[in-house]
Design a protein around this ligand. Structure first.
Ligand code: ADP
Ligand code: MG
Length: 464
């Protein structure tokens, strides 16, 4: 009937607008490499900030001692301690704690947020027990993983450029986040020094390198998305400092802010962007990352409810609430292999208050999840391919030698959304071709960023 016809038309239009044939992905990848060059050439030269991390040496395995790490990046933050034992002992012992950030602190004041973090950190430090040894007379040291765009001024200082991913605290912007944390730790009476300020991509790269010397790129696919890689220092025209001994510098791309006319944007993306906390920014992130995929699906369903009475004569009111439908719900529906799509039915009922859906309706919803997830995963693959091209790692032989490239990938989206992960993998093979793709390995780095930050704190310890 008419309803189905209209609903079908919305889905077909979505499919067409979201399509990402290999040719388009190659254009996206090429645009990514062009922007990488521009961002390295001059400050503000590109939407890609290509931030200099001040990390010019990745972990070697020699790191030794007790170090802490604190990871602030999304809805949770994690604290950890690790006892490093050098080449022989490696990671002798580690412990974690995870705390969810009360939502009101994400849009409150800087003081409140950092006080909360420092208080949780102090609680964690107080539980330090057997197996952890701080050398006599030493101050505890911390690697601070802060996953928002920061203009680094040294390995252990940097000012916040802007918040992303739902955080919005005006008085932190332009401030040194290490100074903010240090002051908050002092208010807590916690004696600890921040030895390294990194973000999750740099932490993941460092943690990845510690376990596998072929790791040269790190990608985050979680609440947000970003990438970091090892660049040749002399290929960074905007770097006016001394050339590091290693000849290398890790670059935090901040690729979430990438945009290009080749990106397949729909009216849903445009509306979501306009209504977001950061309109016009993080466009690539809004296409590929976990914070947004569910909301894109919700927007499509809302349009179908309004224009095709897809859920009956009235529009289910909950469908109008931004971000009620989250990416983990989307992936649960998408992976529903039961004959009557029971999980889809339950999610619709429990989250959106929509009951009595037909099998055909449920199947259509899965199709929408498929379109939105595949677009995101394929674009993420194009981004990685662009980075590999920039690095000269889209070929089997480089400098006369056969090369192997490992990309460390972390984030809840990549970890838990199986369809997304598999689509990303198959798209990498599609773009690289069979031969080269055998030399490129995507490796899931399970919370490597925590270990990585602790390792960087160790290699930048005040006692070295
Ligand atoms: P963060 O990026 O905030 O540091 P994570 O790496 O743990 O934290 O990623 C969390 C994000 O991963 C969530 O915001 C969500 O978008 C996504 N995610 C978590 N679980 C799932 C899931 N089961 N399916 C799909 N996406 C998920
Ligand atoms: Mg994270």
């Amino acid at each position: 009937g008419g309803r189905w016809g209209k609903a079908e038309a919305v889905v077909r239009e979505l499919e067409e607008r979201c399509s990402t044939p290999a040719g388009k992905l190659r254009q996206v990848a090429d645009a990514m490499t062009v922007e990488m060059h521009a961002g390295l050439a001059s400050e503000g030269g590109s939407k890609l900030k290509m931030l200099i991390s001040y990390v010019d040496n990745l972990p070697t395995g020699d790191e030794n001692g007790l170090f802490y790490a604190l990871d602030l990046g999304g809805t949770n933050f994690r604290v950890m301690r690790v006892q490093l034992g050098g080449k022989e002992g490696r990671v002798a012992k580690q412990e974690f704690a995870e705390v969810s950030i009360p939502p009101h602190l994400m849009t409150g004041t800087s003081h409140e947020l950092f006080d909360f973090i420092a208080a949780e950190l102090a609680k964690f430090v107080a539980t330090e027990g057997e197996g952890f040894h701080l050398s006599h007379g030493r101050q505890r040291e911390l690697g601070f993983t802060f996953s928002f765009p920061v203009r680094q001024t040294s390995i252990s200082s940097g000012t916040l450029i802007k918040w992303t991913k739902g955080f919005s605290i005006d008085d932190t912007v332009g401030e040194d986040v290490v100074a903010e944390l240090t002051k908050a730790m002092e208010r807590q009476g916690l004696d600890m020094r921040v030895s390294a300020l990194v973000n999750d991509t740099i932490g993941t790269l460092a943690g990845g390198r510690y376990t596998d010397k072929d790791v040269v790129v790190a990608v985050i696919l979680g609440t947000g998305s970003n990438a970091a890689y090892v660049e040749r220092a002399h290929a960074i025209p905007k770097w006016h400092g001394l050339l590091p001994k290693s000849g290398e510098m890790v670059i935090n791309m901040e690729w979430g802010n990438f945009r290009s006319s080749h990106l397949p944007l729909t009216e849903y993306d445009q509306a979501m962007d306009t209504e977001s906390l950061n309109p016009g920014e993080q466009i690539f992130e809004k296409l590929v990352s976990g914070m947004y995929l569910g909301d894109i699906v919700r927007r499509v369903l809302l349009r179908m409810a309004e224009e095709a009475a897809f859920f009956g004569d009235t529009v289910p009111p909950k469908l109008r609430i931004p971000f009620v439908f989250r990416t983990p719900d989307m992936s649960a529906m998408h992976h529903d292999h039961s004959p009557d799509l029971k999980i889809v039915g339950n999610k619709l009922k429990n989250i959106l208050g929509i009951t009595n859906t037909s099998l055909k309706t449920r199947k259509t919803i899965i199709e929408i999840c498929d379109i939105v997830a595949a677009r995101g995963a394929r674009l993420a693959a194009a981004g990685i391919y662009g980075v590999l091209k920039k690095m000269g790692r889209d070929t089997i032989i480089r400098d006369g030698e056969k090369q192997k490239t490992v990309v460390a990938v972390d984030g809840g989206l990549y970890e838990h959304y199986t369809f997304y992960r598999e689509c990303l993998h198959s798209t990498m093979i599609e773009l690289l071709g069979e031969g080269v793709s055998d030399t490129v390995i995507l490796e899931h780095s399970n919370d490597g960023s925590g270990t990585g930050a602790a390792l960087l704190a160790a290699s930048h310890s005040q006692y070295l």
